[in-house]
Design a protein around this ligand. Structure first.
Ligand code: TRP
Ligand code: SF4
Length: 327
């Protein structure tokens, strides 16, 4: 029996190459070894984006198309939309009985977001309960592991605590403890050297048009110490070079040499990288277009996904209801 994992992404915008190398590639690799549930966390998206839901539907389908085009296989994995599996809401409700307010108020991601996010009002009832819904996501499937980035560790810890509290309150072992499967995969910085993020507008989308890839790459910051073409470069201090490492590892060493000996200029170095990325993304984008042309097919696949997910989730909810003496 394969171990089960669950993970999710919030459909808050287009997926970019940071998502690809940071999370998606890892999901794709895990598909053989684990029984995988991959979820579009649309309710979680609304917890912060409720004021502007306009592009939610579009983002959901676009993200799913990106997943599949990159290599998530709905034949191996269960791909579904959170809000299509109503059991998430039910377990979230049951967990809300037993989750002490203090646990949520003390959650570091909650405190940080309240402090940092200025353009949205996150002082809502739902946003405080964000980790409770995430705990329901994970425990509904009794997932043994959850592939996430480090930023999600506090949520995973809360999920374990909520499960433990349920088990100990009712002296019954319903919920196993889910371990983090920390993404070992690479991190890619944004075009400006900060974290790649939609909100910084420093990303290259998986669906980015070739001309935009070229323009964006040409605008990247390079080695700040290299002013003239004749100055030797420091590839280790250059973000462009780290993109080579990820997308053209076989060319990385040569670029390294050429750069250190001032035998390649930054403009042509970036021009070459842009073409590498265009080529890399081309088959993915073709597949993505094909998938999006057949919306009916995508929705059918998602329908099957939510049925498979529901079948598992229903059992867990029934167990929990039984424990709480609900009828
Ligand atoms: N909170 C996660 C994020 O922002 C998304 C998410 C929702 C998730 N439910 C999940 C991740 C369950 C792992 C497991 O990235
Ligand atoms: Fe960076 Fe390439 Fe310029 Fe070297 S030549 S500094 S690796 S962009």
């Amino acid at each position: 029996m394969k171990k089960r994992i669950l993970s999710g992404m919030r459909p808050t915008g287009p997926l970019h190459i940071g998502h690809l190398v940071g999370a998606l590639n890892n999901w794709i690799k895990l598909q053989d070894e684990y029984e995988c549930f991959f979820m579009v966390a649309d309710w979680h998206a609304l917890m912060s984006e409720y004021e502007k839901p306009a592009s939610l539907k579009e983002n959901i389908l676009s993200n799913v198309a990106d997943w599949l085009a990159c290599g998530i296989s709905p034949r191996n994995s269960t791909v579904f939309i959170q809000s299509h599996v109503k059991e998430h809401l039910e377990l979230y409700m049951l967990f809300s009985f037993i989750t002490p307010l203090g646990w949520l108020e003390r959650c570091p991601t909650y405190k940080e977001q309240l402090r940092e996010v200025k353009n949205r009002d996150l002082s809502t009832y739902a946003f405080l309960g964000y980790p409770v819904l995430q705990a329901a996501d994970i425990l509904l499937y009794k997932a043994e592991a959850v592939p996430v980035g480090e930023d999600q560790l506090p949520h995973l810890e809360l999920a374990r605590e909520i499960g433990r509290r349920f088990n100990s309150l009712y002296k019954i072992g319903v919920f196993p403890e889910a371990q983090a499967l920390l993404t070992k995969s690479s991190r890619i910085l944004g075009l400006d050297g900060r974290k790649m993020s939609k909100s910084y507008d420093n990303f290259i989308a998986i669906s980015e048009k070739p001309e935009d890839i070229r323009r964006k790459i040409q605008g990247m910051f390079t080695d700040p110490l290299r002013v003239k073409l004749t100055d030797p470069g420091h590839p280790d201090k250059c973000n462009v070079h780290s993109y080579y490492a990820l997308f053209a590892p076989e060319r990385k060493k040569e670029i390294d040499e050429l750069c250190r000996n001032a035998k390649v200029g930054c403009t042509s170095c970036k021009r070459e990288l842009a073409e590498i990325l265009v080529k890399f993304l081309e088959p993915i984008q073709e597949k993505r277009q094909e998938l999006l042309k057949d919306k009916k097919g995508l929705l059918e696949m998602l329908g099957q996904g939510s049925e498979k997910a529901s079948a598992v989730a229903r059992k867990t909810v029934n167990e929990a209801k039984e424990v709480l003496n609900l009828m």
